[in-house]
Ligand binder design. Structure first.
Ligand SMILES: [Zn+2]
Length: 297
């Protein structure tokens, strides 16, 4: 079945804001990647409780066109054992969270997405999301990834803010200052909010909602200019990395049975090789020939 190409690419990349008939036109013929922001509600120093949902959601929206993806609504409650007891914290135990995340990924594959990328904003979720991703890949054949934005962007934090990142530290504060300044409560800043994580101490709850690591403080840097620079570089870097992931998945992956299915669907009996998923022109990847090679930084 050829995609009905009755209109160009969506300008709206947020899945929940599309009409179902538009969705049906674009997925999977034109768009087969979905970004799923995942966060939690949790105490975050001088930032809002929803910081870990806000950042990956906005990051997803910022890179969606480049990755040729839609952005699903965030999974807003996560695994928050360490800070769940502080005001506003919500903790979903690992087992049901993993099941739920896997079910969300799976239902999105049923909707035609063959690439599912969890854009994670919360460290407590990582292990469970990785488990869910592996399971969904094994069970559905879909390509599934989990990406922790802040781990990837440590060097950008050091370069633009002059300090390493931390929980509710300079990196998350800069991101929020750039995308949602009304959720940065600068008047609440007090240096004693910062707590040094020590590998020797495991405490429930962690006695501080701004946490720094390896003895290096990550106090908020309340400069809108630096915040903008940080965020722009994060968007650029993450966009490049995720685009590269999808291009590589297209180029290196998709052996049988899905390439055979795509070949049958397009009636060419197999030409098009590993990339035969019937994308229309201008998708930025998967145009029926070898996608452009990109160089990883
Ligand atoms: Zn956070």
């Amino acid at each position: 079945m050829s995609p009905r190409k009755t209109r160009s690419k969506p300008t709206e990349r947020r899945l929940a804001r599309l009409n179902w008939m538009e969705m049906g036109e674009w997925v999977p013929g034109e768009i087969d990647t979905v970004l799923v922001p995942v966060g939690t509600l949790e105490a975050h120093g001088i930032l809002s409780l929803g910081t870990d949902n806000e950042i990956p959601s906005r990051l997803g929206e910022a890179v969606a066109a480049r990755v040729n993806a839609l952005v699903a609504p965030a999974i807003p409650y996560g695994v928050t054992a360490s800070l769940g007891a502080l005001a506003g914290g919500t903790h979903i135990p690992t087992a049901p969270f993993t099941e739920y995340a896997a079910a969300v990924f799976t239902t999105l594959t049923h909707q035609g997405f063959r690439n599912v990328i969890a854009l994670n904003g919360h460290g407590g979720n990582t292990a469970a999301l990785s488990d869910a991703a592996r399971r969904v890949h094994e069970q559905t054949g879909a390509y599934v990834a989990v990406f922790d934005w802040w781990r990837e962007c440590q060097a950008i934090a050091e370069a633009t803010l002059g300090v390493p990142g931390g929980h509710a530290g300079a990196d998350e504060t800069a991101a929020m200052l750039a995308i949602a300044p009304e959720q940065v409560f600068a008047d609440l800043w007090d240096p004693s909010l910062a707590f040094e994580h020590r590998p020797s101490l495991t405490a429930y709850p962690t006695p501080g909602s701004l946490i720094y690591y390896a003895g290096k403080r990550s106090d908020p840097v309340l400069s809108p200019k630096k915040a903008r620079e940080f965020w722009e570089r994060v968007v650029e870097h993450v966009g490049e990395l995720l685009e590269d992931l999808v291009v590589r998945w297209d180029r290196e992956g998709y052996p049988a049975p899905r390439s055979r299915k795509a070949a049958r669907a397009s009636g060419n009996g197999g030409a098009g090789g590993a990339n035969g998923h019937g994308s229309g022109p201008g998708t930025g990847h998967g145009t029926g020939h070898a996608p452009p090679r990109r160089t990883r930084k």
